[in-house]
Write a protein that binds this ligand. Sequence first.
Ligand SMILES: [Zn+2]
Length: 241
Amino acid sequence: MSSQSICCKLCFKTFTTYQKLLIHERNRHLYNKTIPHFYSLPQPSSEQMFYYINSFIVLIKKKLGFSRHAVGKKRFSIDTFPENVFVYLFKNEEKFKYSPARHKYQCSFEGSVGAARLKEIFHYDHWSFRQDPFTNTKGYVLLENYENTYQVKFSWSQMTLLENNREFMLGRMTCNFITDSGEFQENNEEQILTSNNKQKIPEKPVEGKFHYILPRPPLNIINQHSKFSSNPTAHGSSTKK
Ligand SMILES: [Zn+2]
């Protein structure tokens, strides 16, 4: 092995060690969004995107609970997360960044603005909480309270596994966030429901207000932009007579 120089893929400056390249990247390209190998990342199908978005939602919700134990820093990861899905999900976000030297992506969302943006990316308004209808308690992803704002961070990096002298490259996606729990007001939930389809929903039993983990309508309905009229039971398409 000769002592080859290592090149920054962003500005083509050369370095004698990997360590020096890392320092250079941190100093010069900390918020880099350019992906030099972007051409080699095919655009994922919408089915593939929704498969992973649904995985996010389910895995986030699994970390939410109603007891004191369910409060604090949480993390989950998916070890076989395709690089192109991560890139196409987050590449246009303000806080998206890429390190070519580490082959690592990061994207974070903060405060109520971040929460709203994730609703759009997930195509799902109820991604950040789950409710216990019997005790009126809610476990939720904490992004903002009266004291502070908090982040949801997604990162992707490559891992190499060795088995039988063969190398397997896996893409690991990790998500970090903070959870909290508390009581919820039934009235607020009622307002959220009614403001979306602008019609009075009659008083429902408490169980009707419970948001199941994935009440996502089929894809073809999402594509028609009618997120809330997908319930096959009656009132979705009823108009004033
Ligand atoms: Zn550079």
